[in-house]
Structure formats: structure tokens, C-alpha cells
Write a protein that binds this ligand. Sequence first.
Ligand code: SF4
Ligand code: SF4
Length: 334
Amino acid sequence: MIVSPQPVSAASASFDQSLGAALTKRSIRVLQINLGKRCNLACTHCHVEAGPQRTEELSTEVCDQLIDVIQRFPQLETVDLTGGAPEMNYGFRPLVAAAFAAQKSIIVRSNLTIFFVDGFEDLPEFFAAHRVRVVASLPCYLAENVDRQRGSGVFDRSIAALQRLNDLGYGHDPNLVIDLVYNPPIPSRDRFSLPPDQATLEQAYQQRLLADHGIVFNHLLTITNLPIGRTKLALQARQLEADYCQFLADNFNPATVAGLMCRDELSVDYRGYLYDCDFNQMESIPARSPDGKILTLADLLAANSLDLIQTVQTDRHCYGCTAGAGSSCGGALT
Ligand code: SF4
Ligand code: SF4
């Protein structure tokens, strides 16, 4: 879906006004852990602004608290590990092992190229042994487009990594799931775009990756570029931030609201602070209790409850999740 930018207009109505009410939290089912900002890549669209020079990562104390949370709350169905490259950050393997022992679904958001970095070559086998669902960014099935967004040689290494995962049973065995993520190019002066139809693009990816490289995968997830992180910096450099935010607001789709991931998820940073989602985490918008208190893992453990939040903290970037078919870490919402 390609749409020309709208002329700059009055500020968007606030997101909560578009909803008609504050966005309420439901019972928590998903714990998304951002282990830190270390990454072997430095992609232009990265909302985390991760890279090889970053050093922020989980401490042993926070890791122990996370393991306590994973073991203590049966309502928690899924442990979702992200970063940076989560695999490079302290605590990755102990958290996977704890979640596997507690019979949680485990997701790792992997850039795949980490399989070829010294010390991480055994990751595919580690993932398979713990039935980790791998969610991997591959913004195109053409090498040129991927390398432009993610760096030279990333496409070839991603293809080789997918082939290794296929050899281990990923994409074939129902317990070994590999999903790919598409996000559109960084918004540019002449056009803004939402992701194309997810099912149609998934078919195109499946056909091309199988024909060109013999690769199979389970699902393609389409994700909208939110005006945060490096995308926000790129928009600001092109003086397009206001236009792009208005474009997202103009494409508000109320049918996406019921499925917003923030409603049943807790996002945790490497210091143990809680957020309603990873995007809010990157924008430094903490989750709050009904009396306005900023929450940490220690608060969950002291209260012996995951459900301390009534209302999701929203801001204008939330329009990125509700535009068109909607967007989340699990792809389109409608
Ligand atoms: S988008 Fe992912 S792989 Fe790229 S720099 Fe950010 S965390 Fe690393
Ligand atoms: S950015 Fe998206 S997932 Fe996060 S709080 Fe806003 S609507 Fe919810």
C-alpha cells in the first residue's frame, strides 16, 4: 500500500481521543524481555538503536528476578526475548533454559547473522533443543534491498542461517517454527507506505525463497515503521516527522485495537523496569500502576502478581500500531 504524504495539518488528535477511551490492560500472558543493546549489526531502521559499540545489558540480579517471574506465574504463556541481538547479551541461555523447564512458549527475535559470529555458532542447535520459535527480520527476498537496509552481506548470511535451521527441522517440524519479518523501507520524501497485505506478501516470499534458495518458513509478519529510534532520527533529518505521524493517524483503523499487543504483555528492560511494550521502552515511557508509580520486576515479585497495571501508556507512535491492517511484534492485527 503506497500513499502520498498528506500536507502538514493541525496536530493529530491524541491517540486516546481516537480510541474514545483509555486503553485498558488485560491479564498478562506475555513477558517480552529486552536483554540489552549489544548487537553485531547496526540496521538503519533499528528502533532500539542497537549496535556493536553498545554495552548495556542485563545484570545477574535482574536475570535472577526474571527467572523467578518465569517460574512463579502459570498465567505467563510466552517468554519473548529481544534486544539488540538477544543472544549476545548476558542471561540469554539461562532465561531460555528456565522458560523451557517451565513449559513456556519461547520466542527469540534473532537477526540470524549472529550464527556466524565467533562463540555463537551452536545457536541453531540450542534453539532446536529448547523448541525456540525463531522470529527473524528479512525485509525483502532480494539481496540488494536487504543489504541496503541491514548492511553488506547480511542477505547471504541470513539465507545460509535459514538453510541451517531448515536442516535442523525448522519450517518442517510443527515444534520448530521459523517466522520472517517484513518492514517497509524508511519513509522518504516522495512516499509513505504501510506494509502490503500480509497473506499476499507471505505467498510471494514463500515462492521466491523456495525457488531461489530451497528455504521453507512458517509465517511472514508485516510490521509498520513506528516513528521512534533510528526511524525517527531519519524522519527528523528529512523534516518528515510531522507528516509521517499525520499519515499514520489518518490511517487509524479501530478494528486493530482489540488485538494490540500491549494489552496482555509486559515489556522489561535490562535494568528491570516495566513498560507496556518494547516501543514504549525505547521511547522511555514506563508502565505505571493506577496510583502513578513506575513499576519494576521487584514490584511484581513483592505483590506476587503480574497484573498491577490498569491502563496502557499511549503516545502518538501508537498510531503506528493501529494504521491500516495494524502492526505488532506478531505482525498484522486484522
Ligand atoms: S534491527 Fe535488530 S539486528 Fe538490526 S541493529 Fe537493531 S537489534 Fe540489531
Ligand atoms: S506502541 Fe503499540 S503496542 Fe505500544 S502501547 Fe502504543 S499501541 Fe500499544
